[in-house]
Design a protein around this ligand. Structure first.
Ligand code: HEC
Length: 359
């Protein structure tokens, strides 16, 4: 019995030694061709492919995907993609590049294939070992990577012309500190932006908040900017936005709710709510507030993007009921989606702040 075990162990150890020695000979002899132009055999390629897929999936599974339909995010991604990815992944109307044919594995043509957002985020952030795909996470923050993911979802549907126009409008690559904590820029109005309100109790709330406005983390909320928006770029989406404003000011609940898509979200000064919550609660407050206020539209601009569009606008709101009215500057950004021939609003963002009074 004991003898058996002994023989068996010796055999196992001998076999292992042979395998290790064989491996060492294989590695040190140089027989393996590491050249990128010498492709893997089919079974090896299949194993590597499975390994790649499982590894990525296991790591990307629990990633939470943000709203990828935000046109400003998509636009930012267009700029990033054009600057960093086209040599390897091509673009609409480009059939090959100088570098791509020599790469192995060959980078997929991302103007033709759509990659799952979670996988894409993970791959762009971490790269893929022993391939030419770099880990962009070493030089880019997550929001910048999400912008590329958002853009990649749209890319396969784009014509060369649409691609060119979008890239031309995109903000430059450096612009990726989405309202971060660099005090200088956010301070000019960021402190005020985080407080203030759209609703009835606006005046008193804003005043009460004044004391700790600076601790109220203006950084949490990137300011709604005019970036990428042009007046009348999407006239019918702008008309829909105006109809929405008109209905709010008239207090026409049915039209307001009719224009909000079922999945719509509304974000007022950083607080996001669903359409249902808004209908049950804040809508009445907004209507009551606007009933006793004058609204002067100051600016409107839009960005079309196939069946979605964004409309940004600014207005001056002067409450007419309170003793000493506090003039508010409100910023709005609507994301709209075309359902058949009608635009519906899928996201509303509102920010308002007391208007800076010029002496
Ligand atoms: C130097 C060439 C190179 C550059 C530049 C490059 N990639 Fe890649 N990328 C690759 C290669 C090669 C692969 C395939 C790797 C593999 O399958 O093992 C890949 C894979 C990907 C994938 C996964 C595709 C799929 O079908 O699973 C995504 C997504 C991706 N890259 C996005 C990007 C983005 C976004 C950029 C620009 C920020 C970029 N890449 C820049 C070479 C590159």
């Amino acid at each position: 019995m004991k003898q058996h075990v002994k023989h068996y162990s010796i055999a196992v150890v001998a076999l292992l030694a042979i395998l290790i020695a064989g491996g060492a000979v294989f590695v040190y002899s140089g027989v393996y061709n590491i050249g990128a132009d010498d492709h893997h055999t089919r079974p090896v390629f299949a194993i590597l492919q499975a390994l790649r897929e499982r590894s990525i999936h296991a790591r990307s599974e629990h990633i939470v995907v943000p709203n990828l339909e935000d046109p400003q995010l998509i636009l930012k991604g267009a700029g990033q993609y054009a600057a960093m990815c086209t040599d390897c992944h091509l673009k609409p109307g480009m059939s090959d590049s100088e570098i791509r044919p020599g790469l192995y594995p060959q980078p997929p043509n991302l103007s033709q294939v759509r990659v799952d957002p979670k996988d894409a985020f993970w791959i762009i952030k971490h790269g893929i070992k022993m391939s030419a795909m770099p880990a962009w996470g070493t030089s880019h923050e997550d929001p910048a990577i999400w912008s590329m993911v958002a853009f990649l979802q749209k890319l396969p549907d784009m014509t060369p012309q649409q691609y060119k126009e979008m890239v031309a409008k995109a903000p430059p690559d450096e612009d990726m500190d989405m309202g971060d904590e660099d005090g200088g820029h956010s301070h000019s109005h960021g402190g005020d932006e985080a407080e203030g309100h759209h609703q009835g109790e606006a005046g008193s709330m804003a005043q009460a908040d004044e004391g700790h406005a600076h601790e109220a983390s203006p950084a949490a909320q990137p300011e709604l900017s005019r970036e990428g928006l042009t007046p009348r770029a999407a006239p019918d989406a702008e008309a829909a936005a105006q109809a929405f404003h008109g209905a709010l000011q008239r207090g026409d609940r049915t039209v307001v709710l009719g224009m909000l898509a079922p999945e719509a979200t509304l974000t007022e000064d950083g607080q996001t709510q669903s359409r249902e919550t808004y209908a049950a609660d804040h809508l009445a407050e907004d209507i009551a507030f606007l009933k006793h206020a004058t609204v002067v539209p100051l600016w409107m601009g839009s960005m079309p993007m196939g069946d979605i569009a964004m409309v940004g606008s600014e207005a001056r709101i002067t409450p007419t009921r309170d003793g000493k009215p506090r003039v508010l500057r409100s910023h709005e950004r609507l994301t709209l989606k075309k359902y058949g021939s009608a635009w519906k609003i899928t996201a509303v963002q509102w920010q308002s702040a007391p208007e800076e009074t010029t002496p």
